[in-house]
Structures are given as structure tokens and as C-alpha cells.
Write a protein that binds this ligand. Structure first.
Ligand SMILES: Cc1ncc(C[n+]2csc(CCOP(=O)(O)OP(=O)(O)O)c2C)c(N)n1
Ligand SMILES: [Mg+2]
Length: 325
């Protein structure tokens, strides 16, 4: 079976499931109503009788039979949904035998749970297939997603805490960095002020000195609070900061047109590694994709020795975003 036909079948199964869930909910709302009617049938019959003349035609056994029919219908739908999900899981499995196949429980719930897990894994696999090459890009200037790919591959997630700054760094890292334990990733809003990442990580390091604390920021964000690298050194809170040095604001390609034309407002230059050195930290400049991973390992070592690190990565103006479409 081809990838696109599997995709279509899974999508169709999803649509059917949605319709059936809505129908099942509708049925479920009728059942309690009927049971209530049964409980209060005498007053209800009194009430209905004079209005519609049904006093003798609405019998309790008839109501019970109707309720039983509805319940049987509901049970059939649940069974049908489970079948649809199992089929989707089978399809996922055909395409991806490496996905988890054995349910943790051997009953219907286990089947449902593993079906969902496999559907999600398939969706993630399809999504990632569009991004894998980008996350391993060898482009120069270094692609933003290559840096994120290295973070994802190298960091010991259980012993790291990561945050991003505002702007494109946030939009790019959010979909791809996998937080494996609570409080290992501090995510916050795009519209929060630029420059929040360094102080955030200083506080984090003070609270969790044994963790590798990393801030992922743009050069524009560095302009807002870069001097806090000195605070990190002075406070004895050795963190690592990645500066995506793309010389511009990738978040606003073509933004601020008048100020851009008159004052070149979004452009910026700087040797951020040198600036970090001037503040007592260790500065590492990275211009080749293959040097990102070694720089990250070095930063981990240096942080463990108590030194604050800034990695100045000469990166691209990346405009692609994963929006879950
Ligand atoms: C204090 C502050 N000013 C302005 C903004 C609006 N803003 C959000 S992202 C951004 C540009 C960020 O540029 P940079 O840090 O270089 O990241 P890039 O988009 O280039 O990756 C701006 C101006 C903001 N969030 N906070
Ligand atoms: Mg920038």
C-alpha cells in the first residue's frame, strides 16, 4: 500500500470516528433523559396526557425497550470505532513496522491505547519526514534547524533545562525540541519581550545548579539583554547561550519597511563571542554546520567547570515554520 493511500485511509477513518463519536454523544444524552423519564414517568404522563393525549400510549416497557435499543446502538458504535482504530493502527504498522505494536494491556482498552499511540506515531513520522533533511542541513550560513537538530540529538534531556527567546528562535525550536521530563523546557510567548532568555536561565541555574541550562536566542534578542552574560558570570550561574547571529530579524522578513529603508533598522552586526569574552565568559564562534555539535559538547564541559558560555552561530535567515498543517 502506498504512503498517500495509507494517509487517505487514515484520514477517512479519522472522519468516520469523529462522526460516530458525535452520534454516540447524541445517543448518550438521550439515554439519561429516558431513564429520568422512567423514574418520573407518572408525573410526566400526567403532564403529557392532557396536552398530546398520549396518556395511555407511552408505556414503561416501551420506554425500557427503546432505551435498551439505544444502548445496544451505542455499544455497536463503540465497537465500530475500536475496529476503525485498529484498522488504522494496522495500516500504520504496515507502513512502519518499527512502531510500537504490543499494547501494554491485552484488553479492548489496550487495543484502543496502542491504536492511538500508533496513529500519533504515524502522524509524527509523516510530519518529521518533511523536516528530517532540514534538521540535518549542511547549508552555510548554518541553518537554524540544523542547530535545533543538534540540540535534539546531543542534549541529555533529563539533565538539561532549555528555553528560547522571543521571535524566530521560539517559532523554530518549539515544534522540534522534545521535553522528556517536566520542567526541562521553559516555553513562553512569542510576544513576550526580547531578551528574557538569559535572565530566565540565570534564575534556573541558581535553582537547579546540577542541570545544563541553555538559552536559544537571536542577535536582536541579545541586543536587549546581552550584558546579562556578565550577571551570569558574577552570580556564579554558568549557563550556555546560543546566539543565532543572522544579522537581521528573521521574524519580520520585510517588516518595518519605512524604518528599514530610511535607517536600516532591522540590520545588526556584532562579534558576540568576543563580547562574551569581554564579560568574563567563554565565547565560541561557529561558522560551519559540523562544528555545532562539538561546540555544544564543549559548552557542557565548560559549564560543569563553572564557566558561562556563549556560542555565536553564524546562521541563516530561516523563514520556514512548522505550523502543523
Ligand atoms: C522588547 C521587544 N521589542 C520588540 C519585540 C518584537 N519582536 C519580536 S521578535 C523580533 C525580532 C527578533 O530578532 P532576533 O532576535 O534577531 O531573532 P530572529 O527573528 O532574527 O531569529 C522583534 C523585534 C519584542 N518581542 N520585544
Ligand atoms: Mg536575528
Amino acid at each position: 500500500m502506498t504512503k498517500s493511500s495509507i494517509k487517505r485511509e487514515v484520514a477517512l477513518a479519522g472522519q468516520q470516528v469523529r462522526r460516530k463519536v458525535i452520534f454516540a454523544f447524541a445517543l448518550c444524552s438521550v439515554i439519561p433523559l429516558l431513564l429520568l423519564t422512567y423514574a418520573f414517568h407518572a408525573p410526566v404522563r400526567e403532564f403529557l396526557g392532557p396536552i398530546v393525549g398520549l396518556k395511555d400510549s407511552v408505556s414503561v416497557p416501551a420506554l425500557l425497550a427503546f432505551t435498551a435499543l439505544l444502548m445496544a446502538g451505542g455499544a455497536f458504535i463503540v465497537w465500530d470505532i475500536a475496529t476503525a482504530l485498529s484498522r488504522a493502527a494496522e495500516l500504520s504498522n504496515e507502513q512502519s513496522p518499527e512502531l510500537p505494536a504490543e499494547p501494554a494491556r491485552q484488553d479492548e482498552i489496550g487495543t484502543l491505547m496502542s491504536s492511538f499511540a500508533r496513529m500519533l506515531a504515524t502522524i509524527k513520522q509523516q510530519w518529521m519526514s518533511e523536516w528530517t533533511d532540514i534538521l540535518r542541513s549542511n547549508d552555510v550560513p548554518i541553518n537554524t534547524y540544523r542547530v535545533i537538530g543538534e540540540l535534539e540529538r546531543i542534549l541529555d534531556k533529563e539533565n538539561s533545562i532549555v528555553t528560547h527567546d522571543a521571535g524566530a528562535p521560539r517559532d523554530s525550536i518549539m515544534p522540534f525540541y522534545t521535553a522528556t521530563i517536566p520542567h526541562s523546557y521553559i516555553g513562553w510567548g512569542k510576544t513576550t519581550h526580547l531578551g528574557y532568555g538569559i535572565p530566565l536561565m540565570i534564575g534556573t541555574k541558581l535553582a537547579k545548579p546540577d542541570k545544563f541550562c541553555l538559552n536559544f536566542m537571536g542577535d536582536g534578542a541579545f541586543g536587549m539583554s546581552g550584558l546579562d552574560i556578565e550577571t551570569s558570570v558574577r552570580a556564579g550561574a554558568p549557563i550556555t547561550t546560543i546566539v543565532l547571529n543572522n544579522g537581521d530579524m528573521a521574524t519580520y522578513p520585510g517588516g518595518y519597511p519605512t524604518a528599514r529603508e530610511l535607517f536600516n533598522v532591522t540590520k545588526m552586526t556584532g562579534d558576540y563571542a568576543k563580547l562574551a569574552e569581554g564579560m568574563g565568559a567563554v565565547g565560541i564562534t561557529v561558522t560551519r554546520p559540523g562544528d555545532v555539535a562539538p561546540a555544544l559538547r564543549k559548552a557542557q564541559e565548560l559549564n560543569a567547570e563553572g564557566k558561562t558560555v556563549l556560542i555565536d552561530i553564524h546562521s541563516n535567515m530561516e523563514s520556514r515554520k512548522s505550523r502543523g498543517e
